[in-house]
Design a protein around this ligand. Structure first.
Ligand SMILES: [Ca+2]
Ligand SMILES: [Ca+2]
Ligand SMILES: [Ca+2]
Length: 274
Protein backbone atom coordinates (compact mmCIF):
# COMPACT_ATOMS: atom_id res chain seq x y z
CA UNK A 1 0.00 0.00 0.00
CA UNK A 2 2.76 2.39 0.98
CA UNK A 3 4.64 1.52 -2.20
CA UNK A 4 1.50 2.06 -4.27
CA UNK A 5 1.02 5.47 -2.72
CA UNK A 6 4.64 6.37 -3.38
CA UNK A 7 4.31 5.32 -7.03
CA UNK A 8 1.09 7.26 -7.34
CA UNK A 9 2.61 10.46 -6.00
CA UNK A 10 5.63 9.95 -8.25
CA UNK A 11 3.33 9.61 -11.26
CA UNK A 12 1.34 12.68 -10.29
CA UNK A 13 4.56 14.60 -9.81
CA UNK A 14 5.83 13.65 -13.28
CA UNK A 15 2.41 14.32 -14.77
CA UNK A 16 2.33 17.81 -13.32
CA UNK A 17 5.71 18.63 -14.77
CA UNK A 18 4.99 17.21 -18.20
CA UNK A 19 2.00 19.47 -18.74
CA UNK A 20 2.48 23.17 -18.33
CA UNK A 21 0.02 26.03 -18.35
CA UNK A 22 0.44 29.48 -19.79
CA UNK A 23 -2.14 31.98 -18.62
CA UNK A 24 -1.97 35.73 -19.16
CA UNK A 25 -3.63 38.86 -20.43
CA UNK A 26 -2.42 40.50 -23.66
CA UNK A 27 0.41 43.02 -23.70
CA UNK A 28 -1.52 45.07 -26.28
CA UNK A 29 -5.14 45.22 -27.34
CA UNK A 30 -6.90 47.71 -29.57
CA UNK A 31 -10.36 48.53 -30.82
CA UNK A 32 -10.06 48.31 -34.61
CA UNK A 33 -12.82 50.61 -35.85
CA UNK A 34 -12.83 53.73 -38.01
CA UNK A 35 -14.40 56.04 -35.44
CA UNK A 36 -13.03 54.32 -32.35
CA UNK A 37 -12.61 56.57 -29.34
CA UNK A 38 -9.31 56.04 -27.49
CA UNK A 39 -8.74 52.91 -29.61
CA UNK A 40 -5.52 51.75 -27.94
CA UNK A 41 -6.46 52.41 -24.34
CA UNK A 42 -10.24 52.10 -24.17
CA UNK A 43 -11.30 49.90 -21.27
CA UNK A 44 -13.94 48.27 -23.48
CA UNK A 45 -13.40 46.52 -26.81
CA UNK A 46 -16.29 46.32 -29.25
CA UNK A 47 -16.95 43.76 -31.97
CA UNK A 48 -19.64 43.48 -34.63
CA UNK A 49 -20.24 42.50 -38.25
CA UNK A 50 -22.88 42.96 -40.93
CA UNK A 51 -25.04 39.95 -40.10
CA UNK A 52 -23.65 37.80 -42.91
CA UNK A 53 -19.90 38.40 -42.51
CA UNK A 54 -17.58 38.64 -39.53
CA UNK A 55 -14.75 40.11 -41.62
CA UNK A 56 -15.36 42.94 -44.08
CA UNK A 57 -15.21 41.32 -47.54
CA UNK A 58 -14.68 44.65 -49.29
CA UNK A 59 -11.32 45.64 -47.87
CA UNK A 60 -8.36 44.89 -45.67
CA UNK A 61 -9.63 47.09 -42.82
CA UNK A 62 -13.09 47.24 -41.30
CA UNK A 63 -15.49 49.73 -42.88
CA UNK A 64 -18.19 51.39 -40.76
CA UNK A 65 -20.43 48.33 -40.56
CA UNK A 66 -17.62 46.23 -39.04
CA UNK A 67 -15.68 46.49 -35.81
CA UNK A 68 -12.83 44.21 -34.67
CA UNK A 69 -10.66 43.85 -31.61
CA UNK A 70 -6.99 42.90 -31.91
CA UNK A 71 -4.91 41.46 -29.10
CA UNK A 72 -1.29 40.44 -28.80
CA UNK A 73 0.14 38.09 -26.20
CA UNK A 74 3.78 37.52 -25.20
CA UNK A 75 4.34 33.83 -24.61
CA UNK A 76 6.93 34.42 -21.91
CA UNK A 77 8.66 31.43 -20.34
CA UNK A 78 8.10 29.07 -23.27
CA UNK A 79 11.52 28.32 -24.80
CA UNK A 80 11.90 28.42 -28.58
CA UNK A 81 13.68 25.68 -30.54
CA UNK A 82 11.22 22.86 -29.91
CA UNK A 83 7.76 21.78 -30.95
CA UNK A 84 4.89 21.86 -28.49
CA UNK A 85 1.75 19.81 -28.25
CA UNK A 86 -1.23 21.95 -27.30
CA UNK A 87 -3.44 19.95 -24.98
CA UNK A 88 -6.09 22.60 -24.31
CA UNK A 89 -6.45 26.27 -25.21
CA UNK A 90 -9.05 28.86 -24.41
CA UNK A 91 -9.53 32.60 -24.46
CA UNK A 92 -11.91 34.08 -21.93
CA UNK A 93 -13.31 37.60 -22.24
CA UNK A 94 -15.67 39.38 -19.87
CA UNK A 95 -18.85 40.87 -21.36
CA UNK A 96 -19.91 44.17 -19.83
CA UNK A 97 -23.31 44.58 -18.21
CA UNK A 98 -25.90 44.48 -19.67
CA UNK A 99 -25.21 42.64 -22.96
CA UNK A 100 -26.87 44.26 -25.97
CA UNK A 101 -27.91 40.86 -27.33
CA UNK A 102 -30.04 37.98 -26.19
CA UNK A 103 -28.57 34.62 -25.31
CA UNK A 104 -30.06 33.19 -28.53
CA UNK A 105 -28.42 35.96 -30.58
CA UNK A 106 -25.10 35.28 -28.87
CA UNK A 107 -25.42 31.61 -29.80
CA UNK A 108 -26.42 32.45 -33.38
CA UNK A 109 -23.68 35.05 -33.90
CA UNK A 110 -20.71 33.95 -31.77
CA UNK A 111 -17.61 35.95 -31.04
CA UNK A 112 -14.84 34.40 -33.14
CA UNK A 113 -11.11 34.19 -32.37
CA UNK A 114 -8.98 34.20 -35.52
CA UNK A 115 -5.29 34.51 -36.49
CA UNK A 116 -3.63 37.79 -37.49
CA UNK A 117 -1.37 38.23 -40.52
CA UNK A 118 1.31 39.73 -38.24
CA UNK A 119 1.83 41.19 -34.77
CA UNK A 120 3.61 44.43 -35.68
CA UNK A 121 1.23 46.70 -33.79
CA UNK A 122 1.10 48.22 -30.33
CA UNK A 123 -1.70 49.99 -28.51
CA UNK A 124 0.78 52.82 -27.87
CA UNK A 125 1.22 53.59 -31.59
CA UNK A 126 -2.11 52.29 -32.91
CA UNK A 127 -3.48 54.12 -35.96
CA UNK A 128 -6.57 52.92 -37.84
CA UNK A 129 -5.17 54.46 -41.04
CA UNK A 130 -1.67 53.00 -40.79
CA UNK A 131 -0.74 51.29 -44.08
CA UNK A 132 0.17 47.91 -42.66
CA UNK A 133 -2.30 47.00 -39.92
CA UNK A 134 -2.79 43.25 -39.36
CA UNK A 135 -5.39 41.46 -41.43
CA UNK A 136 -7.77 38.94 -39.91
CA UNK A 137 -7.21 35.39 -41.15
CA UNK A 138 -9.91 33.04 -42.45
CA UNK A 139 -9.33 30.31 -39.85
CA UNK A 140 -11.68 30.32 -36.89
CA UNK A 141 -9.72 29.05 -33.90
CA UNK A 142 -12.74 29.18 -31.65
CA UNK A 143 -16.24 30.50 -31.08
CA UNK A 144 -17.78 31.92 -27.92
CA UNK A 145 -20.10 29.97 -25.66
CA UNK A 146 -23.00 31.64 -23.90
CA UNK A 147 -22.95 29.27 -20.93
CA UNK A 148 -22.64 32.11 -18.38
CA UNK A 149 -25.06 34.51 -20.07
CA UNK A 150 -26.84 36.92 -17.72
CA UNK A 151 -28.12 40.48 -17.87
CA UNK A 152 -27.68 41.60 -14.27
CA UNK A 153 -23.87 41.47 -14.09
CA UNK A 154 -20.79 41.16 -16.31
CA UNK A 155 -20.19 37.54 -17.33
CA UNK A 156 -17.27 35.51 -18.63
CA UNK A 157 -17.46 34.38 -22.24
CA UNK A 158 -15.31 31.29 -22.83
CA UNK A 159 -13.90 30.88 -26.34
CA UNK A 160 -12.43 27.36 -26.46
CA UNK A 161 -9.85 27.05 -29.23
CA UNK A 162 -9.66 24.11 -31.61
CA UNK A 163 -6.40 22.44 -30.63
CA UNK A 164 -5.56 21.12 -34.11
CA UNK A 165 -6.03 24.53 -35.72
CA UNK A 166 -4.31 26.47 -32.95
CA UNK A 167 -1.26 24.25 -32.33
CA UNK A 168 0.74 25.22 -35.47
CA UNK A 169 -0.06 28.90 -34.85
CA UNK A 170 1.12 28.60 -31.25
CA UNK A 171 4.35 26.90 -32.38
CA UNK A 172 4.97 29.54 -35.04
CA UNK A 173 4.54 32.28 -32.42
CA UNK A 174 7.03 30.62 -30.08
CA UNK A 175 9.60 29.59 -32.68
CA UNK A 176 9.35 32.22 -35.42
CA UNK A 177 7.86 35.32 -33.81
CA UNK A 178 9.72 35.80 -30.52
CA UNK A 179 6.71 34.54 -28.61
CA UNK A 180 4.32 37.17 -29.96
CA UNK A 181 0.88 35.71 -30.66
CA UNK A 182 -1.88 37.80 -32.22
CA UNK A 183 -5.62 37.15 -32.12
CA UNK A 184 -8.37 38.99 -33.98
CA UNK A 185 -11.84 39.04 -32.43
CA UNK A 186 -14.67 39.34 -34.95
CA UNK A 187 -18.35 38.46 -35.17
CA UNK A 188 -21.19 38.39 -37.67
CA UNK A 189 -23.43 40.04 -35.04
CA UNK A 190 -25.16 43.03 -36.64
CA UNK A 191 -25.85 45.94 -34.25
CA UNK A 192 -29.11 46.57 -36.10
CA UNK A 193 -28.51 49.89 -37.76
CA UNK A 194 -26.57 52.99 -36.82
CA UNK A 195 -26.72 53.56 -33.09
CA UNK A 196 -27.73 49.93 -32.59
CA UNK A 197 -26.83 48.35 -29.31
CA UNK A 198 -26.50 44.70 -30.34
CA UNK A 199 -22.78 43.88 -30.35
CA UNK A 200 -20.01 42.39 -28.22
CA UNK A 201 -18.58 44.66 -25.57
CA UNK A 202 -15.84 43.18 -23.43
CA UNK A 203 -13.15 44.56 -21.16
CA UNK A 204 -9.69 45.26 -22.53
CA UNK A 205 -6.39 44.83 -20.69
CA UNK A 206 -6.71 48.50 -19.77
CA UNK A 207 -9.75 47.88 -17.56
CA UNK A 208 -8.92 49.08 -14.05
CA UNK A 209 -10.71 46.02 -12.65
CA UNK A 210 -8.32 43.60 -14.37
CA UNK A 211 -11.07 41.95 -16.42
CA UNK A 212 -9.21 41.94 -19.74
CA UNK A 213 -9.01 38.93 -22.09
CA UNK A 214 -7.15 35.89 -20.77
CA UNK A 215 -5.40 33.31 -22.92
CA UNK A 216 -4.86 29.94 -21.31
CA UNK A 217 -2.83 27.24 -23.05
CA UNK A 218 -2.07 23.82 -21.56
CA UNK A 219 0.88 22.36 -23.44
CA UNK A 220 3.82 20.02 -23.28
CA UNK A 221 7.01 19.51 -25.25
CA UNK A 222 5.77 17.23 -28.03
CA UNK A 223 6.63 13.58 -27.41
CA UNK A 224 7.94 14.28 -23.90
CA UNK A 225 6.20 11.87 -21.53
CA UNK A 226 8.25 12.38 -18.37
CA UNK A 227 8.40 16.16 -18.50
CA UNK A 228 12.17 16.62 -18.68
CA UNK A 229 11.75 18.82 -21.77
CA UNK A 230 13.12 16.28 -24.24
CA UNK A 231 11.57 13.42 -26.23
CA UNK A 232 13.97 10.48 -26.03
CA UNK A 233 14.25 6.76 -25.28
CA UNK A 234 13.06 7.25 -21.69
CA UNK A 235 9.74 8.52 -23.05
CA UNK A 236 9.59 5.71 -25.59
CA UNK A 237 10.13 3.16 -22.84
CA UNK A 238 7.44 4.72 -20.66
CA UNK A 239 4.90 4.41 -23.48
CA UNK A 240 5.96 0.85 -24.26
CA UNK A 241 5.89 -0.11 -20.59
CA UNK A 242 2.34 1.26 -20.26
CA UNK A 243 1.15 0.03 -23.65
CA UNK A 244 -2.52 -0.99 -23.52
CA UNK A 245 -3.11 0.70 -20.16
CA UNK A 246 -4.92 3.94 -19.38
CA UNK A 247 -1.87 5.53 -17.74
CA UNK A 248 -2.57 9.26 -17.92
CA UNK A 249 1.05 10.28 -18.22
CA UNK A 250 1.83 8.03 -21.19
CA UNK A 251 -1.51 8.79 -22.86
CA UNK A 252 -0.11 11.72 -24.83
CA UNK A 253 -3.18 12.38 -26.97
CA UNK A 254 -5.53 12.08 -24.01
CA UNK A 255 -7.93 9.57 -25.58
CA UNK A 256 -7.88 7.34 -22.49
CA UNK A 257 -5.66 4.54 -23.79
CA UNK A 258 -1.94 4.17 -24.35
CA UNK A 259 -1.54 2.74 -27.82
CA UNK A 260 0.32 3.13 -31.10
CA UNK A 261 -0.99 6.69 -31.54
CA UNK A 262 0.94 7.73 -28.42
CA UNK A 263 3.96 5.72 -29.51
CA UNK A 264 3.93 7.53 -32.85
CA UNK A 265 3.81 10.88 -31.04
CA UNK A 266 7.09 10.04 -29.33
CA UNK A 267 8.68 8.56 -32.46
CA UNK A 268 7.57 11.45 -34.62
CA UNK A 269 9.04 13.98 -32.19
CA UNK A 270 12.05 11.89 -31.15
CA UNK A 271 14.90 14.22 -30.21
CA UNK A 272 12.57 17.22 -29.80
CA UNK A 273 13.94 19.59 -27.15
CA UNK A 274 17.00 17.40 -26.45
CA1 LIG B 1 -5.63 48.34 -25.04
CA1 LIG C 1 11.39 13.18 -21.79
CA1 LIG D 1 -3.68 7.72 -26.30
Amino acid sequence: MRIAMALLSLTLCFGARAQQTYQAQPTDDVWYYDNAFNAGFTAILRVWGDGANAVDPTGTRPALNFSYALAKWRLNGIPAGRQYQVIRAQITVVQTQPPGYTRAEGELFPLEARPLSHTNFTEQTWDYNAPNNPEIGATIFGESQMTNYRTDAPFAIPVPLDVEAFEPYFNAAVNQNNGALGIGFVSRMDPGGQGGNRFYRFYSRNDSGGRGPVLQVVYRVAGDVNGDGCADDADLLTVLFNFGSNDAQADLNGDGVVDDADLLQVLFHFGNGC
